[in-house]
Each structure stands twice: as C-alpha cells, then as structure tokens.
Design a protein around this ligand. Sequence first.
Ligand code: CA
Length: 262
Amino acid sequence: MRVRAAGLTDVGCVRKGNEDNLLVDVKLGLFVVADGLGGHAAGEVASEIVVNQMHHFMSQTVEQDRTWPMNYDMALSFNGNRLRAALLLADQAIVEDIQQHPERESMGSTAVACLVDGERITLAHVGDSRAYLLNDSGIRQITRDHSWVAEQVASGILTPEEARKHPFRNVITQALGNGGDLNVAIQEMEVKKLDRLLLCSDGLSGMVPDSDIHSTVQKAKNLEEAAESLVKQAKNNGGEDNITVIIIGFDANEEHLPDITT
Ligand code: CA
C-alpha cells in the first residue's frame, strides 16, 4: 500500500506562540501530533521533546533485537509496545527536563501517534489530540479523548453537542510530563485503499465540526490541499487555539504530490 502524507501546523488567530509540534516520517511510517501545555514557551518545549523522543526511539527499534527499556506488555503487538514505550520515554524526558528547568514546572503535552505497517496501523494517544478515519462512507473518530467531557459523554451525562460547548471542554485527564501513572491508549486496525487518516490537535477538532472536516477532505484535490483547507477553516471559525493536522492517504489516487510534505 502506498502511503503519502501532508502535515501542517499554524499558530491560529488568538495565541501568541505555537505550542503544537508534528512529525511526518513516511519512510518510517510514523506520524505524530503533540499539543504542548504550560505556556511561557514551555508548552512548545514539551511537545518538541515528545516528537523528538518518539522519532529517536522508533528509529532505533525497527528490528525486534534490543533489550526493552521497560516492561514489555504481552497483550500488545510489537508495534503497540514500540509506541507505548516511546510515549512513556517521552513522559520521562519531560519530567527530567523540568528537573533541570524548574521554571517549566507546569509543562506537559498530549500526543497522538500513528505507525503504518502495510495495511495495518497502530495508534497511540494520551490526552485530547485525535485520530479520525475518513473515506467515502463518512468520518469516524477513532481515539477517545482523555478529557473530562469525554468521560461525561461516555457515562451518558453529557451529549457530544453539550461537550463541545462545555466550559470544561479543554480539561484533559492525562498528559505526558506529569510523572505519574500513564495509561497510554493503544489500538490497531486495518486500512483499505483510499482511506484517509487524520491526526489533529484540538485547535482543529474544537473549531471545525466533524461533518465539515469530512466534506473538506473529500473535496480537496490532494492531501496537501486538504491540510491547508482544514487549517483555513479552523481559522475562519475563530482559530482560538494552535491548529495542527496530518493527513495520511493510503493508495490515494493523486498526481504530482511528493511522498513527503511537511
Ligand atoms: Ca491545543
């Protein structure tokens, strides 16, 4: 399956700095969106640590021939373990950075990561950055946010519509860098030809309804145009937060698109 991807990040219309980071490595099959928290330039440090740490670890573990840096979860596949370990190491790296720079005490980061291995993809996330699957039949959010409102929706206390407008909608229940127990969500699925996978920060999903995300991606001539249109739409709707999107296409029928676009 031929994999192509386009990624884009934008400060948005309100924030002074961009605390999001992204990684697009088509050769490695690794795609990451990280949304930093903490302000005063610390958020962008945290999200940068996440993408660098993940990239480093995933590059070092293509073959299953090394001593694992932490407990190996037998319930997960090798790739599931790779992503889980990469995120736990990123968590540790943020904690260590805070020890050296106490002024960054409040920093942390979300992450959503996708590892593509043929038709099989492995997704891992912490926090409220999301993965969506899009194709001709519609759009489906694959990750469930680690957020207060998502828990309320799961318990039937809030409707998804109420959650979108709730004053606590930005409260996440876990993040990288807190140094506590981290419950990395891992899932695996198979993709089909022409499927598209979208990874994004809440600067997109909080500003653009899912149905508009779907129609925008379907209308775009190629992945690059889809990424640009999504960012533009988030900004037209107010752009209240940093916006980051990665769109991965599987055997997409497109012309003149380079294999790697960042
Ligand atoms: Ca955000």
